[in-house]
Write a protein that binds this ligand. Sequence first.
Ligand SMILES: Nc1ncnc2c1ncn2[C@@H]1O[C@H](COP(=O)(O)OP(=O)(O)O)[C@@H](O)[C@H]1O
Ligand SMILES: O=C(O)C1=C[C@@H](OP(=O)(O)O)[C@@H](O)[C@H](O)C1
Ligand SMILES: [Mg+2]
Length: 174
Amino acid sequence: MNSSSNNIFLIGLMGAGKSTVGKLLAKKLGRRFLDADHVIEDRCGVKIPVIFEMEGEDGFRKREAQAIKDITAEDDVILATGGGAVLLPENRQFLSERGTVIYLHANPMELWHRTKGGEGRPLLKNGDAKKILENLYDIRDPLYREIADHVIETGKPSVNQLVNTLIMQLELSA
Ligand SMILES: Nc1ncnc2c1ncn2[C@@H]1O[C@H](COP(=O)(O)OP(=O)(O)O)[C@@H](O)[C@H]1O
Ligand SMILES: O=C(O)C1=C[C@@H](OP(=O)(O)O)[C@@H](O)[C@H](O)C1
Ligand SMILES: [Mg+2]
């Protein structure tokens, strides 16, 4: 955790609500919001699935690592990471050293409900998405917990309730 940077980093699996919660949190606080996936897309000029098609997951992870390195060097940012941002140790180090890390937690079934039918998540395209999410949960849940300053349960509350809870818990104000 690094409070002086004023950064807030949202982590968690696909469908945890990082992009949605981050955007509303930033709006309510009048703060700058960045979504790592959008930063990567802006830099490349193509959507995430096209990057996966052309460069594979490895190519995407390299671009993601560069984005994480650059964004975490800034101050006063609310960042929604992509679900795999915790896979590389150096990403985990940048995130944990440069801001307050919030793990938005949901169980695999909930994540599946929230992501099914949605486009733009290439990792869920090839196979049984529920099984894939269960496997990713087993691998990544410990990595999220390793760097989380706060673990927020997202199963029941609405996005609006979650954001209000976060603002209260973190004692943030606009
Ligand atoms: N707490 C929540 N309750 C219900 N639906 C949610 C919640 N958080 C997110 N969602 C929905 O789940 C979907 C995925 O959210 P998103 O913000 O894209 O997740 P992430 O960026 O973590 O992959 C969106 O349709 C969003 O509206
Ligand atoms: O979990 C992952 O490895 C990924 C999550 C995605 O972001 P969201 O978590 O916002 O869906 C996106 O970065 C990419 O498709 C890979
Ligand atoms: Mg997202």
